[in-house]
Every structure is written in C-alpha cells, then in structure tokens.
Design a protein around this ligand. Structure first.
Ligand SMILES: Cc1ncc(COP(=O)(O)O)c(C=O)c1O
Length: 428
C-alpha cells in the first residue's frame, strides 16, 4: 500500500470514517506533509496549498517559524510540562509579559490548553465573581466545543450532544435592543468575539462595542471578549478591542499564542476578578494549561507580535490586500460582493450561501486554503499568515482570481446538479 493510501485507511478506521468519506467525495483528501512559512504540501502527490486560513490564526507566524522552533529547541534543554501546583518561573514570566501588554488592570492570567477551555474558565470566573448565572452570547458566535463554551454557541452544535445547560441566552450580533431585552438581574456576563470569525467576520461598529461596554457597566455585568482569532496583531493592533476604545473585564486567547508549535491558551482577568480564587487557590486546575515549554514559546510569540514594526507590516499588507481584492470585486462583480476587513482579519462576502463552500473548493483546486464561515456560508474567511511578504501576494491573487472565475462558472449549475467529486474535478 502507498504511504498515503495507508494513512487514509488508518484515519478512516481509527479516527473518522466520515471525514475521509467527505474529503474523498469532494476531491480534497489532502494529507499534510511538509510545511513551511505560508505553504503546506501533501504527503505524497505534490499538491501544494498556500495557507490563507491558518487554523483561524494558529499559524499567524507561518508554519514552523524558525524563531519559534529555535526557542522551543532551546527550552527543551531546560524545561518540560512543569508542575501545575508549584510556583513556576515560566508561568510567571509569560503572565507578566502578557498582562503588561494589556491595558488597565487586566493583570492576572489563568492558563489553559485550548480556546474552549479558556472560555470555560472565563465563564466560571464571571459567575463566581458576580454571584449571578446568566451568560449572554451572540447568535453565530463561536467560543469552542467544550462544556460552557459549547453552551454559548448555536443549537446545531449543542443539540446532538444532549440537553441544554441552563443560564445561557443568545442575541443577534449588532442588535443592541436584543441585548438589552436579554439582560436581567441574574446576568453575569456578555461574551462575544471582538470580530466574530465563524459568523463571517462582520466588523462591529465602534458604537456597538462601546454601547455594550456601557450597558455592562450600568448593569454590573462583566464583558468577556474572545480574541482567540482577532488577537495577537491579526487586525493591525495587538488586540482588536484597541480599535474600539474599550477595555473588557476578561480576555480569552488561544490559537496564535502557540506559535503553531505548542498548545497554550490564556484567560486574562481584571485584577479584582482574581479574588474568586482567594478562598481556594486550587479550585481550578489544568494539568497541561500553561505548560512551561508552552510558556517559553508564548513569550517569543508575544515578543514578535507586539513589535511596532510587526504591526506596521500587518497594516501595510492589509492595504495591499484591500487594493487587490477591490480589483477582484470589480472583475467578479455580482459574485464577489464585499470585503469585510480589519487588518488581515478578512471575509470575502459573496452572492449567496452556495458561494462559500464552492469557493473553498475552487480555491483548493488552485492551491489556496481558504474556508467558508460555517455560520454564514456567503463568506469565506481569509486569514493569511501575518508574516506574509509583499512579493508573495501576486501569486495569491492570480490563484484567487482563477478560483473566483471557476466558482462563478459552476454556481448556476449547483441549482440543477449535486456537487460530486468527478464533476468538479472535470471543470478544473
Ligand atoms: C473565536 C474562537 N474562540 C474559541 C475557539 C475555541 O478554540 P479551541 O478550538 O482551541 O478550543 C475558537 C476555535 O476555532 C475560536 O475561533
């Protein structure tokens, strides 16, 4: 058996039979082999993709960033996971560095492994601090698939896995009146992504986020901002909320904090909130959360991402993307209908819900990894690595142009045919 055939067979029989069926059906049975900078290659067949999704920001610094690898290699000479009970030099350093980069009194960090875990922690802290229960989230928002994070999400993700947890309510993004009517005397917190990625990157107006902050203050409700995707320079500022002149009570971080190399997440708390752990500092535990190796990696990620020249670069690249995508919007008018953008956090808005999945496929066929937004399929998420260089852009735009042309050609046919592997391949 060829290497790839045997990998796919093992995956099918021991990880997920239906993922294999899905990817085979759509001719996308890519198996990640070599990876470097902005590119990933199939383990066998020579297919190469430029990664413009980056797992939602995990690969902000590109694949196998040499600085991150060198940092981890060096750390391996000294550290391991560490011990989550003891006082730790690396946790202390990483938390100090992170909170020094936050405004106001956002000065404590609870470490975790994943964004979902960090969200769960944020909700636990909010409930404990306020002694209230209700958590208001945004329809189509996404904070993870763990317990409390899952409970903030849409019904389609929760329903297959049992009864709803009490104390959660969603309201429509952008609708202040809906938020006001969801609010009651038992509300502990409002949670939302500063820019909701799975909802297709709708860019909030400054008034919207400012008003939410004000409503939270007036009602002694905490504001939790999830910057798992939008943080760490993605929007051209270190934290996306800096664009809006507000400071949240709790910030949730993950993905890019790992440097794409060592999983780590963080829940950053305003100073008074740390009091929830005063009576029992061991009440919340994460064995691998804030592993010392991860903390070393995270310090390097913060050093790189907070450098003014790094953020300048993100803003320059964002301007270039806007210029180029505006041109594509003219060329593919009526199909590509809008660009949602804050820095390099971008969504390509298209005509209807068929378009996101279709462009995902035609982009793949042209060597680009972009993925439609699962909670608004009109939109493809566009999150290039932040280390992308200007000279790499023309190749991306040529491929995107071809992908858009193919998607436009195929779209009318979707109404009369099912998309099947051979058919889409035939159109290449
Ligand atoms: C905005 C946001 N928050 C939280 C999460 C959950 O992170 P994780 O998958 O690491 O649990 C994600 C994951 O995609 C996310 O996009």
């Amino acid at each position: 058996m060829h290497q790839k055939t045997s990998i796919i067979s093992d995956f099918e029989h021991h990880v997920s039979s239906q993922k294999v069926a899905f990817f085979k059906k759509y001719g996308m049975d890519f198996v990640m082999g070599e990876r470097e900078n902005i590119r990933i290659r199939d383990v066998e067949n020579g297919t190469e993709l430029i990664n413009l999704h980056c797992n939602g920001g995990v690969f902000n610094l590109g694949h196998r960033n040499p600085q991150i690898i060198a940092t981890l290699k060096d750390a391996l000479d000294h550290f391991d996971i560490g011990n989550h009970h003891f006082i730790s030099s690396e946790r202390a350093k990483a938390a100090k560095m992170l909170t020094d980069l936050m405004p106001g009194d956002l000065s404590y960090t609870v470490f975790g492994v994943s964004g979902g875990e960090a969200t769960d922690t944020a909700i636990k802290v909010a409930r404990s601090f306020t002694k209230k229960q209700k958590i208001i989230s945004v329809k189509g928002g996404y904070h993870g698939h763990t317990g409390l994070a899952l409970a903030t999400g849409d019904e389609k993700y929760r329903k297959p896995f049992g009864d709803d947890l009490p104390g959660f309510e969603q309201c429509t993004f952008g609708d202040i009146e809906a938020l006001k009517s969801a609010l009651d005397g038992n509300t502990a917190a409002v949670i939302l992504e500063t820019i909701p990625a799975t909802l297709g990157m709708p860019i909030p107006s400054p008034e919207y986020l400012k008003t939410i902050r004000q409503i939270c203050d007036e009602n002694q409700v905490l504001l939790i901002l999830d910057e798992v995707q939008s943080g760490l320079g993605r929007t051209g500022k270190l934290w996306a909320f800096e664009h809006y002149g507000i400071v949240p009570d709790i910030v949730v971080l993950g993905k890019g904090l790992s440097g794409g190399i060592y999983p780590i997440s963080a829940t950053v708390l305003r100073k008074p909130l740390e009091s929830v752990f005063h009576s029992d500092p061991f009440i919340h535990i994460s064995t691998y959360g804030g592993a010392e190796l991860g903390c070393v990696v995270m310090q390097k990620v913060l050093e790189i991402s907070s450098a003014p020249e790094f953020l300048d670069h993100v803003n320059q690249m964002a301007t270039i993307f806007k210029t180029e995508i505006d041109k594509l919007m003219v060329k593919h008018g009526g199909f590509l209908t809008g660009l949602r953008q804050k820095g390099l956090m971008m969504g390509l808005e298209m005509k209807d819900e068929d378009c996101g999945p279709l462009l995902t496929k035609t982009a793949y066929d042209n060597g680009l990894l972009i993925i439609y937004a699962n909670n608004d399929k009109r939109v493809c998420q566009l999150l290039p690595p932040l280390i992308l260089r200007e000279e790499q852009v023309p190749e991306i735009m040529t491929r995107l142009d071809k992908a858009l042309s193919q998607a436009r050609k195929l779209r009318p046919l979707l109404k009369v045919k099912n998309v099947v592997t051979g058919w889409l391949k035939h159109e290449k």
